[in-house]
Ligand binder design. Structure first.
Ligand code: ACO
Length: 261
């Protein structure tokens, strides 16, 4: 998606195709230096990409916006086209921890605080060209998480196909709270319990799951009536942030070789 302005500083500062945006990234610097010029354009990018994602998923409301990000501890990974002369953003993936009640294949209930994929979108002009995999892989490395350890908020059929195709994740366990996990999720005790230990907050209804409209379109997200159970725990992003230092090498290793600008 092309934007009619130059890259905002948050994207300009990085030479990598993927940039992590948090609430902190949206707060303008206090000084009125050149750096703060077109700082607000980042909000436009997030709002328009978020709207495009919701439209692609036929969701009745927008789940990724600058305002929502500003009031959360979510991490938004944005993929931009380094070959474009201006500002061209190709995709996003948004993640964050949520406290959830999840049942395993024996219908036993577990209280967990997994990392959740909350939104995932690649622009229509470049879907099915491997960019979704690039974004997803990048996110899992930075967040130190295996795909099977993730909980997915209302995955679309495309996303379910993506997980099967790239990671052999099949036969999802659909939860009453609209999340999906896989059988191997419950065999990995380390990640889920350590994320849980970091939070003492009580479970409550998911912000993202609070949408009441049912959409069972084949292209839209799978939805069930909302019934459960999540809340944002305190951020544990610091661990992943350290790994961001390796992102240049990671991008190259993933085969995304940016053309000269
Ligand atoms: N139909 C079925 N499967 C699809 C489709 C499609 N139209 N598009 C992608 N996929 C799946 C397939 O498994 C495909 O493999 P294949 O081409 O061999 O069949 C695989 O994804 C392709 O992998 P990538 O090229 O790496 O993925 P892509 O860049 O297309 O990104 C994504 C995947 C993000 C799901 C993208 O297709 C998209 O934006 N779709 C619309 C929005 C959406 O559904 N987002 C997920 C919502 S759920 C959530 O966010 C928690």
């Amino acid at each position: 998606m092309e934007f009619p302005f130059q890259l905002p500083p948050q994207l300009r500062e990085s030479e990598d195709p993927i940039v992590t945006i948090t609430a902190e990234s949206l707060r303008p610097p206090r000084s009125h230096s050149g750096l703060s010029r077109n700082w607000q354009d980042m909000n436009t990018i997030i709002d328009e990409m978020g709207a495009a994602s919701s439209k692609a998923q036929k969701l009745p409301q927008i789940i990724t916006s600058a305002e929502r990000l500003l009031n959360s501890n979510h991490r938004l990974y944005l993929l931009r086209d380094l070959r474009a002369p201006g500002c061209n953003v190709l995709g996003l993936i948004k993640v964050g921890e949520k406290k959830l009640f999840l049942h395993d294949e024996m219908s036993r209930m577990h209280e967990k605080t997994p990392l959740c994929v909350l939104d995932f979108y690649v622009h229509e002009s470049c879907q099915r060209t491997g960019l979704g995999k690039l974004l997803f892989d990048y996110m899992t490395v930075v967040e130190s998480v295996e795909p099977s350890e993730l909980a997915i908020d209302r995955p679309s059929h495309k996303f379910l196909s993506f997980l099967g195709r790239h990671f052999g994740l099949n036969a999802p366990l659909e939860q009453a709270n609209n999340f999906v996990v896989y059988r191997s999720f419950f065999s990995n005790k380390v990640t889920t319990s350590s994320r849980l230990e970091a939070s003492n907050m009580p479970a409550c209804n998911s912000q993202n799951s609070a949408v009441t409209t049912h959409d069972d379109s084949s292209q839209g997200r799978i939805r069930k009536p909302p019934m459960a159970s999540s809340m944002n725990p305190p951020s544990r992003y610091a661990r992943g942030a350290n790994q961001m230092k390796t992102s240049s090498g990671l991008s190259a290793a993933m085969g995304y070789m940016p053309a000269a600008r």
